[in-house]
Design a protein around this ligand. Structure first.
Ligand code: KG4
Ligand code: ZN
Length: 337
């Protein structure tokens, strides 16, 4: 079976073709094309929704064509269409959704609307079909920072989420404040290399009620105070130390909640996913923690962490396996939240 997955929820236009192998093995990724809009949004230091949807409209056709061509298949061979339905930017979502509906309708094939967060978690299963349940999943992206308990395939119980900024958003905002460019996460990672993560003192934030919720706005404020008080700038010698310290406290704060999540829910495995999971320091801390707790830990390879069509296709395949009589539902709508 061949599935085409389309993702346009934010500022990446992506399409992927997956083939199910049958049996225990997960699906095979035949292609996964991602076109980032970083250059378009960089001058603004963040995603401009209207520019994002216009760019999706311009490129979706070519990206889907490229994904088919790399996979060596034609549209008539696709058995199932998958598309991100939400959450995300409404204008951006509608581009992918309308495109996928058009194809599914024309070729009379089923269409599955996919939840973006479920797709990020699914990225981990794409490379490791046998992740043991229950699994504790930490999803860290530009728009979301959440902790989930996955009790069985396709299930997702929210244990905690950010009360203010997402972790990626905090990285993006600090980078913007220093004029380092957009997206902030990768730039901070690059410029923090060699820096001393203990040079700038940051306290790991804790919510007063000891819930499993996250909070990053306090860290962002503390970062801005250090910048002002110590005169940190794009060109100052302390930049690497400052960024390493900030990156470290973001990672520690995420792992702090994960640790409490493990204590409360006693999972059999751990998952880290979402765009910020590309970060080497976070990946390292996550694996150190897993070793410490003796739990098997899974992180998608970097390309599958940031938004991509393969995770959307993979998620749809699981839904379809449960509901094989699914048809094209042209009424499915995008949802921003
Ligand atoms: O999952 P994603 O592609 O989009 C959303 O669903 O939000 O995540 C994008 C976020 C951005 O905030 C970006 O700064 C962050 O992921 N990011 C990173 C790295 N690469 C991307 N953060 C830290 N280190 C990285 N290497
Ligand atoms: Zn995402």
């Amino acid at each position: 079976m061949l599935v085409l997955g389309i993702e346009t929820s934010c500022d990446e236009t992506s399409a992927a073709v997956l083939r199910t192998a049958g049996g225990e093995a997960g699906p095979e990724i035949l292609s996964n094309i991602v076109l980032s809009q970083d250059e378009i949004h960089a001058p603004y230091g963040g995603v401009v929704p209207e520019l994002a949807s216009r760019q999706h409209i311009k490129t979706i056709d070519a990206i889907v064509a490229e994904s088919l061509s790399r996979a060596g298949v034609g549209l008539e061979a696709i058995d199932l269409y998958a598309v991100t339905q939400g959450p995300g930017l409404i204008g951006s979502l509608l581009v992918g959704l309308s495109f996928a509906k058009g194809l599914a309708y024309y070729f009379r094939k089923p269409l599955v609307g996919v939840n973006h967060l479920a797709a990020h978690l699914e990225a981990a299963f794409l490379e490791n079909a046998g992740i043991p349940f229950p699994s504790l999943g930490l999803l860290v992206s530009g728009g979301h920072t959440s902790l989930y308990l996955l009790e069985e395939p396709l299930s997702r119980k929210l244990l905690g989420r950010t009360r203010d900024d997402a972790a990626g958003e905090a990285l993006d905002k600090v980078a913007k404040f220093l004029g380092l460019g957009y997206p902030g996460g990768p730039v901070i990672e690059r410029l923090a290399r060699g820096g001393d993560p203990k040079a700038f003192p940051f306290a790991v934030p804790r919510t007063k009620d000891r819930s499993l919720d996250f909070s990053f706005s306090g860290l962002k404020t503390a970062a801005l105070r250090h910048i002002r008080e110590r005169g940190v700038s794009k060109s100052s010698p302390a930049l690497a130390d400052f960024l390493a310290s900030f990156e470290e406290v973001v990672a520690r704060s995420l792992l702090d909640n994960l640790r409490r999540g493990v204590d409360e829910s006693r999972p059999r495995s751990l998952i880290l996913c979402g765009g910020v999971a590309r970060n080497t320091r976070l990946r390292t801390r996550f694996h150190e923690f897993a070793l410490d707790t003796d739990l098997p830990a899974f992180v998608p390879s970097p390309k599958l962490c940031t938004d991509n069509g393969a995770m959307v296709a993979a998620s749809a395949l699981k839904t379809f396996a449960r509901q094989p009589d699914l048809i094209v539902d042209l009424d499915i709508d995008a949802y921003p939240r």
